[in-house]
Design a protein around this ligand. Structure first.
Ligand SMILES: [Zn+2]
Length: 254
């Protein structure tokens, strides 16, 4: 097994979107990460980043949201170029796990017509509500004829404990993470936006953009327990400092 950490460009926004007590003027540029796990039974992609078109015209895809969230990248930042950099094509991806269906995590879904998508049932139901369109969700991102398999609760993808989807609700109702067990480097938790920055974990600070604060708090406490039990490394969703320390291709975790 191998795990590659890639990013589909960066997202520039006020830090206080994630860390509530950050100074109002502080701006961060966090990654929009996607992860590829090479597994003998088939490769798994965690998230698909934003639609590559946002790097040309963010307002066309994201409307008013593009004022608060500015994508930073170029034509090489899209998911397909990122995969190409590690010599993979879309058809090499057996499963795609969407942490959730927000604009910076599911924008590349349409490029994987042959993959099976593992999305939580609750998330799909939430994204389908007409009143949520434009509030982090865009049908143009996820509403394609794709093989969506709706998951309830967790799911051990290959039944060997090496890739286990764990529900991490709060940011959105059906948000989920992936516990990856690597033979050499040990366990990692890809936590998506449940814990976007390290401050959210260390001080249990709940980001402003989490829909359900109580649920989000339970999720962070659950992660504290899980990380202690599994001795896992927690990977944040949008933390610039941690991202700087993570191995990038051609380097990988194994
Ligand atoms: Zn996000």
């Amino acid at each position: 097994m191998r795990l590659y950490a890639l990013t589909c460009g960066y997202i520039r926004c006020r830090k206080n979107v994630f860390v509530p007590d950050a100074p109002r003027e502080e701006i961060i540029e966090g990654p929009m990460p996607v992860f590829v796990v090479l597994h003998p039974q088939g490769n798994v992609l965690f998230d698909t980043g934003p639609h590559p078109g946002v790097f040309q015209d963010a307002f066309a895809r994201w409307g008013g949201l593009a004022k608060a969230f500015e994508p930073v990248g170029d034509e090489r930042s899209g998911i397909l170029s990122q995969l190409e950099a590690i010599s993979l094509k879309p058809e090499d991806v057996r499963y795609v796990v969407n942490s959730h269906l927000h604009f910076d995590h599911a924008g590349g879904n349409q490029f994987f017509p042959k993959s099976t998508f593992l999305v939580s049932k609750k998330e799909m139901e939430w994204a389908q509500k007409p009143e949520n369109e434009g509030k982090g969700y865009f049908r143009a991102d996820w509403n394609h004829p794709l093989a969506y398999r709706k998951i309830e609760g967790g799911f051990d993808i290959y039944g060997d404990g090496s890739l286990v989807i764990i529900p991490l609700p709060g940011h959105t109702p059906g948000h989920q993470g992936l516990l990856v067990g690597l033979p050499k480097d040990g366990k990692m938790i890809l936590s998506g936006d449940s814990v976007p920055c390290k401050e959210n974990y260390l001080d249990s600070k709940i980001p402003r953009n989490h829909l359900d604060e109580e649920q989000a708090r339970k999720t962070i406490h659950h992660l504290h327990d899980l990380i202690e039990k599994e001795k896992a490394l927690l990977i944040h969703g949008h933390d610039p400092d941690q991202w700087g320390k993570i191995k990038k291709p051609p380097d990988y975790y194994e």
